[in-house]
Design a protein around this ligand. Structure first.
Ligand code: PLP
Length: 346
């Protein structure tokens, strides 16, 4: 749906004159002498402030992800992009957001931190999306809707048709978190920005790209939305080490694809093996690098595994996930250790 971005944005952000750092004012690369940022002339290259807009990283990402560099926001993990959605669009104490439930916990934590009402709308019993029910929870103060596909902690993709109904029916920002998109076969929404002016798509280097430690998250959206996020972010929000390491990972995508193939192959082996275990009651279908399993005694098995030195995620207390553990697909060795331990559970 077309959006009125001015009406959607917090007035103070719409009017904001952002901090202009030295490296913003001087954008060229030809200068030889840098005396503009009060840096120490020694200890190169770490003496210099990094590129505030991460141009080299975005250039390379643009080729890989098939979006324009101006349509990319980079943050200190996706978590920064999630927080910025609130800080840019939601007036504390007045506005609200609507989200599917269950889903990734950070959407609610950031809402609470920013004093923004969070309206969870339960997915269907099979964790599929009901667009109409989601839209019914929106009102004139709803600024964003949170969708996650494949969804965490379940692993299933939401149906494309229902997502489109939300995008077409909601006059605000529709966030589509595709952190696990690399593991699924669906068409990425980031490649449909021309068709959908109101979507904001999240990707991350933390999952398929094996780089959770460097904290690099991405948001893809049309340029006016990206421009607002760049205004509000900390000037040097992505440090030099992260930018360098990101370029290094992207220089060898063959390796990333090998990891992906191995993880998907392990998933194919793991699901039926887990389903055979006496403790397993049900496994939910997954398109991600993890699966949700309903087990005979989630709390007991969780504690038993800890004693075996194995950590999984206990989702027993999450609505619609009662009795469930969320299990990441690990290396063949790790997966076998888990299966072996669970075969011995009494
Ligand atoms: C892991 C995960 C992320 C990644 O967050 P980062 O801050 O980029 O590490 C984002 N969204 C979901 C749903 C996730 O599960």
């Amino acid at each position: 749906m077309k959006i009125d971005l001015e009406k959607l944005t917090r007035p103070n952000i719409w009017r904001l004159t952002p901090y202009s750092c030295a490296r913003d004012e001087y954008k060229g690369k030809e200068a030889r002498v840098f005396l503009d940022a009060n840096e120490n002339p020694f200890n190169g290259p770490f003496n210099r402030y990094p590129d505030p807009l991460q141009r080299d990283v975005k250039m390379r990402l643009s080729q890989i992800k098939g979006v324009k560099p101006e349509q990319i926001f980079l943050g200190n993990g996706s978590d920064e992009a999630i927080d910025l959605v609130y800080r840019v669009f939601c007036r504390p104490g007045i506005d609200n957001v609507v989200a599917i439930a269950p889903t990734y916990g950070m959407y609610k934590v950031c809402a609470d931190i920013n004093d923004v009402e969070y309206r969870p709308v339960a997915l269907n019993e099979d964790f599929s999306l009901d667009a109409e029910r989601l839209l019914a929870a929106c009102d004139s103060n709803t600024k964003a809707v949170w969708l996650c596909t494949p969804n965490n902690p379940v692993g299933n993709c939401l149906q494309g048709e229902e997502i489109k109904k939300v995008i077409d029916g909601f006059p605000g920002i529709v966030v589509i978190d595709e952190a696990y998109g690399d593991f699924a076969k669906t068409i990425p929404f980031r490649n449909q920005l021309d068709k959908y002016p109101n979507i904001l798509v999240l990707n991350t280097m933390s999952k398929a790209w094996g780089s959770a430690a460097i904290r690099l998250g991405m948001a893809f959206a049309n340029e006016p939305i990206i421009e607002l996020m760049n205004r509000v972010k900390y000037p040097y929000n992505v440090n030099l080490l992260t930018q360098r390491q990101a370029l290094e990972v992207m220089a060898d995508l063959g390796k990333v694809n090998d990891w992906l193939r191995m993880i998907l192959c392990e998933r194919e082996k793991m699901l039926p093996a887990f389903a055979e275990l006496p403790i397993c009651k049900k496994i939910y279908p997954t398109d991600a690098n993890f699966f949700l399993a309903q087990v005979t005694d989630a709390n007991g098995i969780y504690k038993y595994l800890i004693d075996c030195g194995i950590v999984v995620r206990n989702r027993n207390s999450v609505q619609l996930c009662e009795g469930c553990l969320r299990i990441t697909i690990g290396s063949p060795q790790e997966n076998n250790e888990l299966l072996k331990a669970l075969r011995q559970y009494k």
